[in-house]
Design a protein around this ligand. Structure first.
Ligand SMILES: [Zn+2]
Length: 365
């Protein structure tokens, strides 16, 4: 018999929104600082990790961690160490497939060197642990749109089977997605897949709309304020636009520290209620103190999902993965069989909210 936590650990899952360096273990951060003689006390290192956050201390958070880590990874082997550990952590929580964001404009190493190094580690992990991993080079929107075009050009000049498409991340406030239209247009013209962080940090739903209508994004990362526009919400639900949503999102954790408020207010719950195609994601695994299991525990405990809802989210992840339909069809069959077999071994199904996401597939509007 299985407890709910064992069940959530074992069910096969796809992770579509994971910043590679957000999964750096703290011990690795400290080791790399030592390797390159960069001053970093344990106290400072802890300030990047939510697990060590104390009430009166300011936590630096995921974006600050990326700013610190990119200059710290100075050799291809550093990326390989990180990727190996990240995949080890992921497979231990039942993740079978990951698409990783990383930011080629933030490293002094060449695009080709990092891509080759990561791909090599991915090959090994696939053989060793049965987990497959791919890359989504991501625009650092705190840099210029011209740098973004440069990144896409690197991708065009060095196509790689482990590289699927482009994303955009970092602080959105002063860098709306339309500023980067040229990079997106170029990527699209060369057959790269397109996703983007839109309407994070409470920013206007317009950014989701712009991402979809101007830049032709196929997926949206975050996108929470979409629920403030019922027409746009209904359209996204009707078309089944995949949204990768992050239960450990810092903005809402700060806004509603009491999780009881989440049941009423949290946009992830409202997005689900509207029948949108959502895929729970970890974003910055260690920095956010989350993992492939905790992410789904929040879906159940705080957002009221039952196991039909969890099953649907996993299917949504398969649908939204940037892989050939024939492979995804195999996953649907085998992963759901595993899911159902494991479910039959559960001690007890979680008793939870009712109306939310029990329907199979998005509601029809
Ligand atoms: Zn993210």
């Amino acid at each position: 018999m299985l407890t709910l936590s064992e069940f959530l650990t074992q069910i096969p899952k796809a992770e579509l929104h994971y910043h590679l360096l957000g999964g750096v273990r703290m011990s690795t951060m400290l080791d790399l600082a030592k390797k390159y003689g960069v001053p970093l006390t344990e106290k400072e290192a802890k300030s990047y990790y939510r697990a060590y956050a104390h009430e009166n201390e300011v936590m630096k958070g995921g974006i600050a961690a990326l700013h610190f880590l990119y200059p710290l990874l100075r050799e291809a082997v550093d990326y390989q160490r990180v990727a190996h550990e990240v995949l080890e952590d992921a497979k231990n929580t039942g993740i079978r497939y990951v698409e990783f964001f990383w930011n080629p404009n933030d490293t002094n190493l060449s695009y080709q060197a990092v891509t080759d190094a990561l791909a090599k580690t991915f090959e090994q992990a696939e053989q060793e642990w049965n987990i497959s991993a791919f890359l989504i080079p991501s625009i650092n929107r705190e840099k210029t749109p011209e740098e973004a075009v440069k990144m896409v050009q690197w991708m065009i000049d060095y196509p790689h089977e482990r590289v699927l498409g482009i994303g955009i991340d970092y602080r959105e406030d002063h860098a709306p997605i339309e500023n980067f239209w040229k990079a997106y247009r170029l990527a699209e013209q060369h057959g790269l897949r397109l996703t983007g962080h839109c309407s994070e940090f409470g920013l206007h739903w317009r950014n989701v709309e712009t991402g979809l209508d101007l830049l032709n994004l196929e997926r949206i990362d975050h996108g929470y304020t979409v629920i403030e526009n019922p027409e746009l919400t209904a359209r996204c639900a009707r078309l089944g636009i995949p949204f990768t949503v992050v239960p450990s999102n810092t903005f809402f954790m700060k806004k509603w520290p009491n999780h009881q408020d989440w049941q009423k207010n949290h946009p992830i719950r409202q997005m689900a209620k509207a029948g949108m195609k959502i895929i729970p994601a970890t974003d910055d695994w260690h920095m956010h103190d989350t993992n492939g299991v905790k992410c789904y525990e929040v879906m159940i405990e705080d957002f009221g999902f039952d196991l039909d809802g969890v099953r649907q989210c996993i299917l949504n992840g398969i649908d939204a993965a940037w892989q050939p339909e024939s492979l995804k069809q195999e996953w649907r069959y085998h992963w759901m069989k595993e899911f159902d077999d494991l479910r039959a071994q559960l001690v007890e199904e979680p008793k939870i909210a009712p109306e939310l996401y029990t329907q199979y597939g998005p509601k029809t509007f």
